[in-house]
Design a protein around this ligand. Structure first.
Ligand SMILES: Nc1nc2c(ncn2[C@@H]2O[C@H](COP(=O)(O)OP(=O)(O)OP(=O)(O)O)[C@@H](O)[C@H]2O)c(=O)[nH]1
Ligand SMILES: [Mg+2]
Length: 514
């Protein structure tokens, strides 16, 4: 190999299977070798490929970044480089392989090991034994990292950040919560700090290599990105990694799909999913199938996609129609409610703030309460009789979240339309959450989008039981909020009093027609 390389001025590589047969001969150029797409290994992506790459380096250079990327992306058993000397003879041998141990420290353990170079003739690696122990180690590592997690799916979270590290921490927490609500356990998190987003992969290739190795180590084939990826980014990522890739929007759509109870809610979510999928159908490869159901089978060809597109359009039309029927009866219900003319108090706020808990506490009902994102999807209304003996309607709504995907906001715009009927919005904030200010800002933004930001509003700081009381008082004063703990009815009197005052005023104004 060294001599041929020397004579042709090109790298030469062999892909060798474990039984020693040569599966492929590759001729590169002076500096690199391009390995064509390999057939999918039967063992699936959780094992090593069963192929090692032995190739020449014309200038006797050590294992390169490209070599390591081939190692990781193709899950090769190992990569070996034979240095060619000035006379065309073989010289030093460099060997690198994937190392499944922990990758916590920066340089020393990036997920691979590069052996110290030896002369090619004096290398004493027992290759088969090495591979066997590596695979055993992979297996061991996986069973230990998965044993504590009972979940439908495991994933690696990829956070791309250009901001402060405190924000990164909160982003990770929120993404984990979203994943949990979708029955996905996050087994590892990779953070990429960037000044500018790489438009092709979204993240750098070095980081991608790290992700590949983490996926291999944990036996995971799902990546969750904390931002919205455009269709070509998803394609580039799935092509490069052969992993399933989903973004934050998809995750939220998935949660909504799981939670939707009413016919209306289900239709709205399905429409949002289809609308999200449509532009991504232009990508004519199997990125789609991973995108669509997260199922890793090979995807449809182009003609099928055209049919699928038409079918989706038809389905959307159908859903639209069904929805308008449902909305007619909803409008009817609203009209009736208006006839009774009860004032309407709507609870709004970030997801998990405690809106449903407050509804239950106020109206002694049993709306679904869960320590999970998006527990409530369908609006719920209950009557409340105040001590001063008048009645109001209290409505619970779907929780808000930062960067709410437009597809979803559109889909739920109709449900949220009910908020137009509200006489007052009660903005519930989980003040015990370190990010509560950011959450308030997100809520504000969504209210603007819904064009209801001018409605009368009452700010309520919930979960004060989780804060030292002086802090709760200080924060409430600073923001002019009413502090409560929705799980302790006794803390609700100031809130009930404020609502009563507001509603009473409203009724007086209505009577006098001013
Ligand atoms: N410690 C404490 N926990 C609370 C309080 N209010 C609500 N919780 C808890 O917070 C979690 C979320 O409460 P929910 O009422 O479901 O919140 P939500 O705003 O309706 O959330 P979504 O419907 O998911 O948007 C539940 O585990 C509640 O038990 C409170 O005042 N103190
Ligand atoms: Mg709720």
């Amino acid at each position: 190999m060294a001599r041929w390389s020397f004579e042709t001025g090109r790298q030469i590589g062999l892909l060798i299977s474990r039984d020693g047969s040569i599966e492929m001969v590759i001729v590169g150029d002076a500096k690199s070798l391009y390995i064509p797409e390999l057939p999918k290994s039967r063992e699936g992506r959780k094992r090593l490929r069963g192929l090692r790459l032995v190739h020449t380096h014309l200038k006797g250079e050590p294992i390169s970044q490209d070599d390591l990327m081939d190692l990781a992306f193709l899950r090769l058993d190992c990569v070996a480089a034979v240095g060619v000397d000035r006379h065309g003879g073989a010289e030093r041998l460099f060997v690198a392989y994937i190392f499944p141990g922990e990758v916590n420290s920066e340089e020393s353990s990036k997920g691979w090991i590069v052996l110290p170079p030896t002369h090619y003739s004096s290398s004493d690696i027992n290759f088969l034994e090495l591979v066997k122990s590596l695979e055993e180690e992979l297996e061991r590592h996986r069973s230990s990292s998965l044993s504590s997690i009972r979940s439908e799916d495991q994933a690696i979270l990829v956070v791309v950040s250009d901001g402060a590290s405190a924000d990164v921490k909160e982003t990770i927490e929120e993404m984990k919560e979203l994943a949990r609500a979708s029955s996905i356990a996050v087994v590892d998190t990779v953070v990429q700090r960037v000044k500018e987003i790489n438009p092709k992969y979204f993240i750098g290739k070095g980081k991608l290599t790290e992700i590949m190795l983490a996926a291999l180590r944990h036996g995971v084939d799902l990546l969750i990105f904390d931002r919205e990826l455009n269709p070509s980014q998803v394609r580039a990522l799935t092509d490069a990694t052969e992993l399933r890739v989903i973004d934050r929007t998809q995750l939220i759509l998935d949660i909504f799909a799981r939670r939707a109870q009413s016919r209306e809610g289900k239709i709205q979510v399905e429409m949002a999913q289809l609308r999200y999928l449509m532009p991504r159908l232009n990508v004519k490869d199997d990125a789609l199938s991973r995108l669509a159901g997260g199922i890793g089978t090979r995807g449809p060809g182009e003609t099928k996609l055209e049919i699928d597109k038409r079918r989706i359009k038809k389905r959307l039309d159908h859903l639209e129609q069904e929805l308008s029927e449902i909305r007619k009866s909803r409008a009817e219900r609203r009209r009736k409610r208006k006839e009774f003319d009860f004032p309407v108090i709507s609870l709004i706020g970030y997801t998990n703030a405690g809106k449903s808990t407050l509804l239950n506490a106020l109206t002694k009902s049993d709306a679904v309460v869960m320590d999970q994102f998006f527990a409530t999807l369908d609006p719920l209304s209950r009557r409340l009789r105040f001590p001063r003996d008048f009645e109001v309607i209290v409505t619970d709504t779907v929780g808000f979240i930062s960067n709410l995907p437009d597809e979803l906001l559109d889909a739920f715009a109709a449900t949220l339309e009910e908020l137009n009927d509200a006489d007052i919005l009660v903005h519930v904030v989980d003040v015990s959450n370190p990010r509560f200010e950011a959450h308030m800002a997100s809520v504000e933004e969504i209210l603007k989008k819904l064009q209801i930001d001018k409605k009368p509003r009452l700010l309520v700081f919930n979960k004060i039981d989780k804060l030292p009381s002086h802090k709760a008082i200080m924060l409430s004063e600073r923001y002019g909020a009413i502090p409560i703990s929705a799980i302790e009815r006794s803390t609700l009197y100031p809130l009930i009093g404020a609502l009563e005052n507001y509603v009473e005023e409203l009724l007086v104004r209505q009577e006098t027609g001013t």
